[in-house]
Design a protein around this ligand. Structure first.
Ligand code: FES
Length: 223
């Protein structure tokens, strides 16, 4: 039996009662006969229940509920990088390799992470904790380079910051998402320009003063 066949044969899957209720809600959002539109959230639910990846049994379970062929479900699941068709680590590290992140050091980040964890792309560490994958644009280009770990984004990353995150994950304490440059959202690296902050404050103050003056004028006219 090939490795893939072994993997397929060893898997069984059925949704939990809670997840079936959630799935019913998703299917109920669509008109009768159009329930297949709930395919993406159902794949997400199946993946989370199955430890982060979609086995063939998961695809079959989803296909059965939606009256689709497993092949159709596989076509969708294999298109999106957020779905994994092979087992992943507890911490699945996705390094964005598209141009803005590449120009800001994504390749070096990827190499450092691989070296630090001792695995290649799409491999899982022997303790099952980590896997690495290179993905296309994660939609956070202004804060490049971006690395996504499970559901969280880490932004403006440096190699040392990434290694620190990986070590914290290994210790069971995954940090909250942050920008390694310490900036808020996509604000300029130097922070918000002083002038624009004070201008904003001034204009708010001016507006309040103007409104107060108008109210006083109305009150005076009425008295
Ligand atoms: S290019 Fe990396 S987030 Fe867009």
């Amino acid at each position: 039996m090939t490795k893939t066949a072994e993997k397929v044969a060893s898997q069984s899957f059925s949704f939990t009662k809670e997840n079936l209720k959630t799935i019913e809600k998703h299917m109920g959002k669509y008109p009768k006969g159009r329930e297949q539109s709930a395919l993406l959230p159902m794949l997400d639910i199946a993946q989370r229940q199955n430890g982060g990846w979609l086995s063939y049994a998961c695809l079959e379970a989803v296909a059965k509920l939606l009256n689709l062929s497993p092949l159709k479900v596989h076509e969708v699941a294999s298109f999106y990088s957020m779905f994994h068709l092979d087992p992943v680590g507890k911490y699945h590290v996705q390094v964005c390799g598209t141009t803005p992140c590449m120009l800001r050091g994504a390749e070096a980040l990827c190499e450092r992470a691989k070296k630090h964890l001792g695995i290649e792309l799409k491999e899982v560490t022997s303790d099952g904790l980590f896997s690495i994958e290179e993905v296309e644009c994660l939609g956070g280009c202004v804060n490049a380079p971006i690395v996504q770990i499970n559901d969280d984004y880490f932004e403006d990353l440096t190699e040392d910051a990434l290694v620190d995150i990986l070590d914290k994950c290994r210790g069971g304490k995954m940090p909250k998402p942050f920008s390694a440059a310490g900036r808020m959202g996509s604000a300029p690296f130097e922070g918000m320009p002083e002038e624009s902050v004070s201008k904003k404050k001034r204009s708010t103050k001016e507006t309040v003063t103007e409104k107060t003056e108008v109210i006083m004028q109305v009150q005076n006219a009425q008295s």
